[in-house]
Write a protein of this length. Structure first.
Length: 366
């Protein structure tokens, strides 16, 4: 329900404690406008453990994790920060989110990412169910993160405010994923380490549009242009030349080691909005592809062709880890810092275009 966090901290439940959820616990604990009141876990081994222990904070928070879904709903929190794995269980996650908002609980979530801008991806009847549940519970739902998320919605759209003419907006992720611990995504979805003739799910026709179409279409909506349909999918997969270590499973020579894909939004046949990913499992793979800035193992690059020509390289790195650690932190923080605005928003699905300026208010180190 709408509430002003400046009167009292918003009472928040974190839903899962995996690669993003553990950082969400830390982020909520650090935020003066938020109070952690519950944590859901799927692993029975985590049931009954203190949230501070699960987040490796070095101290207890006095909030005990539970596998009891109903007990957390009964707390009637102001919001749930949902960070459960969604890539391989999209529709199950959507059902969870619908149940939360129908119960009157606002939600920010890191997935399923197609909910960033779900039009033309989800059937109208599912969109109607989400809207009906939000209105019935007087609650709002916002799905975001870093990619899809801030790096390819707020950042490029703010940059376009400096343009006099826009010919093309290109949003890119250029990263070495060898330290990204997510075996399901790395092996089963991308196919890293698998034979080149394998057909992982991500490269089947239409899947890239389902996964990243929200990015392309939301930028187009922000620019008030209508894209040709369907979007154009382009994929270039390359084999690893040598054995390559990876935390999600080593990549043997001859198996898939790198991929470059594009999702192209055209207007009257001309590319206008492009999502491009260059994903390597070693920094020296396929050197002819674009690389991150010197000294960085990954970046988000926004390139706006037109007048003027503009490019921004957004890099990040963990204080005690690499860009994959900070990628999890930035994903968590985006759905944490937007919470007060989402709670204050009218009921319904909230997109980046609906939000006011969101800052790190209250997070300057003391």
């Amino acid at each position: 329900m709408p509430r002003d966090s400046r009167d009292h901290p918003l009472r928040v439940v974190v839903w899962s404690t995996g690669t993003i959820g553990r950082h969400a616990i830390a982020g909520i604990d650090a935020h003066p406008d938020l109070e952690l009141v519950g944590v859901w876990v799927s692993n029975p081994d985590k049931d009954g453990k203190d949230a501070g222990v699960l987040a490796d904070l070095g101290r207890e928070l006095g909030v005990i994790a539970t596998t009891d879904r109903d007990a957390l709903i009964a707390l009637k929190p102001d919001a749930i920060v949902h960070t459960a794995m969604a890539d391989d269980r999209v529709f199950e996650c959507i059902e969870d989110l619908i149940s939360f908002v129908a119960a009157g609980i606002n939600v920010t979530s890191s997935g399923p990412v197609l909910l960033q801008w779900p039009e033309k991806i989800l059937p109208p009847e599912i969109l109607a169910r989400i809207d009906d549940a939000c209105r019935a519970g007087n609650a709002s739902l916002h799905v975001n993160g870093i990619d899809p998320g801030f790096a390819n919605d707020v950042l490029p759209l703010v940059m376009t405010s400096l343009s006099r003419r826009i010919d093309e907006v290109r949003v890119m992720e250029i990263c070495d994923y060898s330290t990204y611990y997510q075996p399901v995504v790395m092996n089963e979805m991308f196919g890293f380490g698998k034979p080149m003739d394998a057909r992982p799910m991500l490269w089947e026709p239409g899947i890239l549009t389902m996964a990243w179409g929200s990015v392309v279409r939301q930028i187009a909506a922000g620019l008030d242009v209508v894209l040709d349909e369907p979007l154009t999918e382009e994929v270039d997969r390359r084999a690893a030349e040598v054995h390559t270590p990876s935390v999600s499973g080593d990549v043997e020579a001859g198996t898939m080691g790198a991929v470059r894909f594009q999702l192209v939004g055209k207007v009257d046949g001309t590319p206008r909005v492009v999502l491009e990913h260059i994903t390597r499992t070693a920094p020296d793979q396929v050197p002819e592809w674009e690389t991150p800035p010197a000294g960085s193992d990954g970046c988000y690059r926004v390139r706006i062709t037109g007048e003027p020509m503009m490019q921004v390289d957004f890099t990040h790195h963990g204080e005690h880890g690499d860009h994959n650690v900070s990628g999890m932190i930035t994903t968590a923080q985006r759905i944490i810092t937007t919470l007060p605005a989402v709670v204050a928003a009218p009921p319904g699905l909230v997109t980046a275009l609906d939000l006011p300026l969101v800052t790190g208010r209250g997070l300057v180190a003391r």
